[in-house]
Design a protein around this ligand. Structure first.
Ligand code: GDP
Length: 312
C-alpha cells in the first residue's frame, strides 16, 4: 500500500499518476483540510474537491480548480442580485457543496461523505481528509491575520506572509485509517506530493501524532519538490518562501521535511542542489503537463521508494 499526502492542484496531479499505475486498493490519498471554509452557507473543501474531481477525470484543466464542462448561471444570478461573488462556484460544483453541507449538518463525518461521493464519482483509491475535526489555516500578513480563502482567492495571495497558524489542529485527531495505514506492515511508501509545504502539507503534519507516526513508520518517506528551478509551477509557494526568509528552492523544501525524508525527487533543472539535500535524491522530469508525465513521475517515485530504507 502507498499513502500519498496531498493538497490541491500539484498533489492531485501526482495522485492521479499514482492512481493510474496502482491497483485502487493499494492507494490512500490523505488530503489537507486546512483550506476548508464555510461560504454562502455551504461547507467547502477545496483540496478534497480538487483531488476527487481530478481522480474522477472531471477537473477543469483550464481553470485549475472546479469542474470541467461547467456553467455559471448561479454566479451570474448572484452578481445580478448583489450577492457575494469573489469565490467562484460553478453550477455543477455547487451541487456537490449542497449535498456535502446537508450531510455534514445531519451529523455525518467529512470522511464518510467524501467516501460516498468518491464512490458515486467512480473513484477507486481511498481519499481521506487528514482529520474529521475542524482545522482552519490562517496567515499573519502585512494586512493582518487573514482567513485562508480571504488571502488565497479574495486577495490573490498579494499580502506579504510572516506566519501561519493551523487553528484547531492541536485539538484535532488524525483520521484513524491514515494512522492505521502508517502502522501497517504492508505499507510500501509514504509519498509527499509536490504540494505547497506551508499551506498543504504542514497542516497535515501539524495534527498531533502524525509526525511521530510518520517518523515511526517502517516504510520509506519520499517527497517530490513543488519547486522547479526556483519557481513554483503555480501558486504562491515560492513567493511565500521568500517572504518567510527562505530561499525558494527544492533544497529548502527538503529542509522543511528534514526529519521525515528518506528520498526526494527533484527536477533535472535543480541538479546543483543535490549536495545540499539530506536524503537520497532522484533526478526526474517533475513538470507534469500531460497525463503521461503524471504516470511517469508516479512510476519514478515508486521505483525510487522501492530501493529506499528508513534512515531516520
Ligand atoms: P493548492 O492547494 O491548489 O495550492 O495545491 P498544492 O499545494 O497541491 O499545489 C501547489 C504546488 O504544486 C505549487 O507549489 C506548485 O509549484 C506545485 N505544482 C503544480 N504543478 C506541478 C507540477 O507539474 N510539478 C511539480 N513538481 N510541482 C507542481
Amino acid at each position: 500500500m502507498i499513502i500519498a499526502l496531498s493538497g490541491g492542484v500539484g498533489g492531485a496531479k501526482l495522485a492521479l499518476g499514482l492512481s493510474r499505475i496502482l491497483p485502487p486498493e493499494d492507494l490512500m490519498v490523505v488530503v489537507n483540510t486546512g483550506d476548508d471554509f464555510e461560504h454562502l452557507g455551504l461547507s467547502i473543501s477545496p483540496d478534497i474537491d480538487t483531488v476527487t474531481y481530478t481522480l474522477a477525470g472531471l477537473a477543469n484543466r483550464e481553470l485549475g480548480w472546479g469542474r470541467q464542462d461547467e456553467t455559471w448561471s448561479f454566479m451570474e444570478t448572484m452578481e445580478s442580485l448583489g450577492g457575494e461573488t469573489w469565490f467562484r462556484l460553478g453550477d455543477r460544483d455547487v451541487a456537490l457543496h449542497v449535498v456535502r453541507t446537508r450531510r455534514l449538518r445531519a451529523g455525518e463525518s467529512l470522511s464518510a461523505v467524501t467516501a460516498d461521493l468518491c464512490k458515486r464519482l467512480g473513484i477507486g483509491p481511498r481519499v481521506i481528509p487528514m482529520t474529521d475535526d475542524r482545522v482552519r489555516t490562517r496567515l499573519r500578513t502585512d494586512a493582518g491575520w487573514l482567513d485562508f480563502q480571504d488571502y488565497f482567492v479574495n486577495r490573490r495571495c498579494e499580502p506579504v506572509v510572516s506566519e501561519l497558524a493551523f487553528e484547531g489542529a492541536a485539538q484535532a485527531t488524525p483520521h484513524p485509517a491514515f494512522m492505521a495505514a502508517l502502522a501497517d506492515p504492508a505499507l510500501r511508501a509514504v509519498v509527499i506530493c509536490p504540494s505547497n509545504p506551508f499551506i498543504s502539507v504542514e497542516p497535515i503534519l501539524a495534527i498531533p501524532g502524525v509526525r511521530a507516526a510518520m517518523v515511526a513508520c517502517a516504510a520509506p518517506i519520499i517527497a517530490v519538490s513543488p519547486i522547479i528551478a526556483g519557481r513554483a509551477v503555480k501558486g504562491p509557494t515560492a513567493k511565500m518562501m521568500t517572504e518567510l526568509g527562505l530561499d525558494p528552492s527544492a533544497g529548502s523544501v527538503a529542509h522543511r521535511y528534514a526529519d521525515l525524508l528518506d528520498g526526494y525527487v527533484i527536477d533535472h533543472a535543480d541538479m546543483a542542489e543535490v549536495v545540499s539535500i539530506d536524503a537520497r535524491v532522484t533526478l526526474a522530469q517533475t513538470m507534469m503537463t500531460t497525463l503521461e508525465d503524471r504516470e511517469a513521475l508516479a512510476r519514478t517515485v515508486l521505483d525510487a521508494a522501492a530501493v529506499l530504507r528508513r534512515r531516520k
